[in-house]
Ligand binder design. Sequence first.
Ligand SMILES: Cc1cc2nc3c(=O)[nH]c(=O)nc-3n(C[C@H](O)[C@H](O)[C@H](O)COP(=O)(O)OP(=O)(O)OC[C@H]3O[C@@H](n4cnc5c(N)ncnc54)[C@H](O)[C@@H]3O)c2cc1C
Ligand code: SF4
Length: 509
Amino acid sequence: MNEHYDIVIVGSGAGGGTMAQALSSSAARILILERGDFVPQEDENWDPDAVWKKLRYRAKDRWLDDRGDEFTPYTHYGVGGNTKFWGSVLYRLRREDFQAVEHADGVSPAWPIDYDTLEPFYERAERLYHVRGKEGIDPTEPPRGPFPYEPVPHGPEMAEIVEKLRQQGLHPSPLPLGLLRVGEDDGCILCSTCNSFVCKLHAKSEADICCIRPAIQRPNVTLWTNACARRLVTCASGRKVVAVDVERNGQTSRISASLFVVSCGAVNSAALLLRSASPAHPDGLANSSGLVGRRYMAHLATMMQGFHPFRRNSTVFQKTVAINDFYLRGPDTTYPLGQIQSQGRTHGVMAQTVHPWIPLWPYEQWVARGVDWLAMSEDLPRLDNRVTVDAEGRLRLHYQPNNLKPHRMLVNETKRILRRLGFWLVVTHSHGKKNTTHQCGTLCFGTDPRSSVLDPFCRTHDVENLFVVDASFFPSSAAVNPGLTIAAQAIRVADHIKDTELGEVGTTP
Ligand SMILES: Cc1cc2nc3c(=O)[nH]c(=O)nc-3n(C[C@H](O)[C@H](O)[C@H](O)COP(=O)(O)OP(=O)(O)OC[C@H]3O[C@@H](n4cnc5c(N)ncnc54)[C@H](O)[C@@H]3O)c2cc1C
Ligand code: SF4
């Protein structure tokens, strides 16, 4: 063993990055381990060909699906994790999402905390990530104060569409977006390459820019890039983690610490715990419930495009509006259908990835006349939807989507809305089972150690100095984007760690 820290944080995305920022003001000596590197600031950041065809920034991992076939997961390893690529739609869950809700395919379970518990941390997360929005318009909005920043104005076509949506009796609302210094000299220019791209101007609110870079300015915080945590090592009783084995530049070292925060994303955090099995934890670390890796969820998401042959769409930044009228119930059902959002502009290259043999120019003509949308529904936790690690250490994702009927209803409802807006045709596309962008739920939190892996402060029930703060803790997936909830819970857990784990001078006693 060659180095000791007070706290090791594994992963620097929405959970780990926010945690590092929130703990950095303590005196604790903190080491952040990140398996990827900084994403370079370069022209390719905004090049659809580099991002969508050459998959320049995509993780190189190959995972196995439930049939044992390899696939490239839609995920990214680097400082800031997937937040570097997110669309920065930063939603609070609705109050109802914290409660048990009857869905078409069963019950979406209650969370061990309610909305009011997380509300002050949502407020802090919104300030940290510079969220722009307007309260009092969205019919599903939970009680809240004003947004820290004014909403992004709709582009001309979108403004017209919003007016027509209101005429349809709907309640369109501004999407809450994390964008830095919009319209200022060094700020966001509201371009057409945001969602799924890296911001070349560093003007997107994401964990690298908002959390990690400020945190590592402090003398007590160290970041190791290209440092992959391979295994957590416990003491003989198994009650405490004493060290992490880290692979860096081809060498493995063992780093000891008093407290560990795992934040590798829902799939990789579960895999790390499973790979850390030992005589004290034969089924994987902190797995006395048998739930490590189980209950994987990822949302049901369909990309939709309304097309009109004679209407060119001149809106550059299109991702500004949400329709939540069907979030709590459908027009003809008592169960929830989900959310509709306008999406960033589709580029010809992106559309071409669906049918690569068709030349690019018809796609370019097509997308110039399209308006893009996303229909997103909740999927429910199922024990059989799970992450496993095989004898060779390969990661396998078993996932059968559920709650499909309400999602189909939401897609059909969206088609009706778009046709009423005058679009001649509505095309749809889904990544289906391979969509890992909103992965969550594999180490769910709860009060009962028999039915959850983490306690309500995201500490593992079984191991006293091990926390997991990333999308893993979600007991249900809700139907809004997960990022702000991950960040809010990270701030809440950081406060708890400061209150209960750090001694007088801010280090672990
Ligand atoms: C294209 C895209 C668009 C999205 N848009 C939105 C959006 O608009 N709004 C929203 O809320 N969400 C969005 N999401 C989802 C959002 O990015 C994720 O929910 C969020 O980043 C998850 O946070 P996390 O901390 O769980 O994991 P990540 O952010 O994925 O961070 C995990 C980190 O751990 C590192 N890591 C993994 N394993 C190891 C290891 N063994 N050792 C060391 N480091 C490790 C990874 O490299 C990564 O940096 C989007 C995702 C994608 C891909
Ligand atoms: S300039 Fe603004 S819209 Fe464009 S990528 Fe950066 S944050 Fe996103």
